[in-house]
Design a protein. Structure first.
Length: 208
C-alpha cells in the first residue's frame, strides 16, 4: 500500500514537472515571437525614417539649387543693367536683334585647339549669345560652339563659329565663373533655320 502511494506521488510529481516544462517552452516561444515582432516593427520604422530623411535632403538640395540659380540670374540682370561706358558700334550691331533669356548648356573650344570647355548660354539672339563659364576668355578669341536645348521631348543642338566681342572677368568671382558676349561668324543654313524657329518660340527679353 505504501509502495503504491509512493508510485502515485512520483507519477504526480513527474506530471507536474512535465507541465511546468511545457509551460516554460510555451513562454519562451511567446517571448521569441514578441521579440521578432518588435524587431520587425523597429526595422520598418527605421526604414521609413531613412526614406523620409533622404527625400527631405533631396528636396533641400533642389531648393538650394533653385535659389542659387535665381541668385545668379539676379546678378546677371544687375550686370546687364550697368551702363557705365558708351556702346561701341559692334555693341550697337549686336543689340539690334531681340534677345532671349535662356539657360542652356554649351560646349566650346578655341578654333585651332582640341581642348573643349563646358558652360551655359544665358542670353541668346539671332546674332550672338552670352556665355557663362569657368573658362576665362579674351576679346577676339574665335570659338567652335555647340548649344544644346530641348524642344518637346527631343534634345537638339546648334553648331556655330563665334567671336568673343565682350568679356567680363569680374562676373561671378564668388562662384568662379566668367562671362563673355560672342557674335556669330558662321552658321550652317540648317542650324540657322533651327535657331530662327527656336527664337520664335521664346518670349523676348530685350528689344533695341
Amino acid at each position: 500500500m505504501v509502495t503504491r502511494n509512493l508510485r502515485r506521488t512520483q507519477s504526480t510529481a513527474l506530471k507536474v514537472k512535465a507541465r511546468r516544462a511545457e509551460n516554460s517552452f510555451l513562454e519562451i516561444d511567446y517571448y521569441r515571437g514578441t521579440v521578432k515582432v518588435v524587431f520587425f516593427l523597429v526595422f520598418i520604422m527605421a526604414f521609413s525614417l531613412i526614406v523620409l530623411f533622404s527625400r527631405l535632403i533631396s528636396s533641400l538640395f533642389f531648393v538650394l539649387e533653385y535659389a542659387f540659380e535665381l541668385l545668379r540670374k539676379v546678378k546677371l540682370i544687375e550686370t546687364e543693367g550697368r551702363a557705365t561706358k558708351p556702346r561701341s558700334e559692334t555693341d550697337r550691331e549686336r543689340r539690334k536683334y531681340p534677345r532671349f533669356n535662356v539657360y542652356w548648356p554649351i560646349q566650346f573650344s578655341q578654333i585651332g585647339s582640341s581642348l573643349s570647355h563646358d558652360g551655359r548660354v544665358t542670353n541668346l539672339s539671332e546674332g550672338g549669345m552670352l556665355i557663362q563659364s569657368p573658362e576665362q576668355m579674351e576679346i577676339g578669341q574665335r570659338l567652335n560652339s555647340r548649344v544644346s536645348f530641348i524642344i518637346g521631348s527631343q534634345i537638339n543642338t546648334i553648331e556655330m563659329h563665334a567671336e568673343v566681342v565682350r568679356s567680363d572677368n569680374s562676373f561671378g568671382k564668388a562662384w568662379g565663373d566668367y562671362q563673355c558676349g560672342a557674335k556669330f561668324l558662321d552658321i550652317s543654313p540648317r542650324d540657322k533655320n533651327k535657331l530662327n524657329d527656336l527664337l520664335m518660340s521664346l518670349p523676348p527679353t530685350f528689344n533695341s
